[in-house]
Design a protein around this ligand. Structure first.
Ligand SMILES: [Zn+2]
Length: 417
């Protein structure tokens, strides 16, 4: 009986050591700290985080850690970021943010509110030609502009309409995209909450942007050697995030995607201690929030031929607590889905796996279209999901529930695939 208790204790200890929640938390905390300024581009935060990860993979016992360099063109907002609505000062990241492809803007502007219940493009154009709306910012609810994109894209172009720019309303807390920041539109576009702009007649704003051409970034590729080198498993997670909105505000990205990055470092540590049958690659991608740029570069320049990948696991945003785990599989990965489900049920990782349609929403996608068997794991719609791409996705709001079940699911899968 005593012997059994000792064995059980030992087993519990090794399982804990394998999953290593404290190690995971340490990395999430470090990556979401002010030191890395939201792991964006203009202040070098992403590259600083990449250097930190290079060391972490080495400490984790990886046999080889290499940096894969590439460049991107990207619009950023590292300078002044101030706005007043009828004299009331607004808070960047809470009341307003910038559309990722917006140029900077400076000045005082009348606001023209679009009447969405009585939408009449001809009348709007006539109104905008009136002197009181000269050089105005046109304000409208975002999804409405989306449904009438022909008209609203005209309002973004120089020379087509007399407005100075656009205000798109979005619910609070205001989100910040960055995926389409590889170009600029002619006129400024500002996201603003409906509460901050309702009934407002005049806006004063000073928002600097900086467009970076050929900005250097790098992927971090760690290798743990297995017994066999003819094929491999690959874990991927992006470590870059949205960076700064002005000088004071940064998007910490604790869930997106310090969580996935930390998970693959602890997986590297696990396999460095428990030598795998096949070679293992742990790739921390940069440029994901700039439209999957790091992973796209990688599939065009792979460290090992893509055909040698037995299975790839892309972990993006697992810092959440939904008991139902979201996943996407590539067509080549689909035959393995029943095994994932069997393991999930048997080991009680999650209540269930909710498989969605494959989409270009994270770094698995460039691999999926090249026929690599892969799964994308993202824990959606738990407590942390409300903070997606907001300044509140930070260490204070970090959630850790999904780390251990994801760890268990992927390591068991590799053991049985
Ligand atoms: Zn992400």
């Amino acid at each position: 009986m005593k012997k059994l208790a000792v064995i059980l204790l030992l087993l519990a200890a090794t399982t804990l050591a394998a999953q290593d929640l404290p190690h995971y938390k340490r990395i999430v905390k470090e990556l979401s700290s002010a030191k890395y300024q939201g792991r964006g581009y203009a202040r070098g935060g992403a590259n600083k985080a990449g250097k930190y990860l290079q060391k972490e993979f080495q400490k984790a016992g990886a046999d080889e850690v290499t940096l894969q360099h590439f460049t991107i063109d990207i619009n950023t907002f590292p300078g002044k970021m101030k706005m007043w609505a009828d004299g009331r000062k607004l808070t960047p990241g809470v009341d307003f943010s910038m559309r990722e492809y917006s140029p900077g803007v400076s000045g005082e502007f009348p606001v023209y509110h679009i009447d969405t219940l009585n939408f009449n493009p001809d009348r709007i154009l006539k109104d905008l030609a009136r002197p009181e709306y000269a050089n105005s910012l046109v304000c409208c609810e975002f999804w409405f502009t989306y449904r009438h994109s022909d008209f609203f894209s005209k309002l973004q172009k120089a020379g087509e309409c007399p407005n100075a720019g656009l205000l798109y309303t979005w619910e609070s807390p205001i989100i910040f995209f960055k995926a389409y920041g590889d170009h600029l539109v002619d006129k400024p576009i500002i996201w603003v909450t409906p509460e901050a702009i309702e009934g407002v007649n005049r806006v004063r704003v000073k928002a600097d942007h900086q467009f970076l051409n050929d900005y250097p970034l790098f992927n971090v590729i760690a290798k743990v050697e297995g017994e066999r080198h003819d094929s491999c498993y690959v874990f991927t997670a992006h470590y870059d995030h949205l960076g700064n909105l002005g000088r004071k505000i940064f998007y910490a990205g604790a869930n997106d995607n310090a969580s996935g990055t930390a998970a693959i470092v602890t997986l590297a540590a696990h396999y460095a201690k428990n030598r795998p049958k096949y070679d293992m690659y742990f790739i921390a991608f940069s440029g994901e929030d700039a439209n999957l740029r790091g992973s796209q570069f990688y599939v065009d320049n792979p460290a090992v031929p893509l055909e040698q990948i037995k299975f790839l696991f892309n972990i993006d945003m697992i810092g959440d607590n939904n008991p139902v785990q979201y996943c996407e599989l590539s067509e080549a990965g689909m035959p393995a889905f029943p095994l994932f489900q069997r393991i999930n049920e048997r080991d009680r990782c999650f209540e269930s796996l909710n498989r969605g349609e494959l989409a270009a929403n994270s770094d698995h996608y460039p691999f999926a279209v090249r026929n690599v068997p892969c799964i994308f794991l993202e824990n959606e719609e738990g407590d942390a999901y409300q903070y997606y791409h907001t300044i509140f996705d930070n260490w204070q709001h970090a959630v850790f529930d999904s780390y251990e079940p994801v760890f268990k699911l992927v390591t068991s899968f590799i053991g049985e695939y």
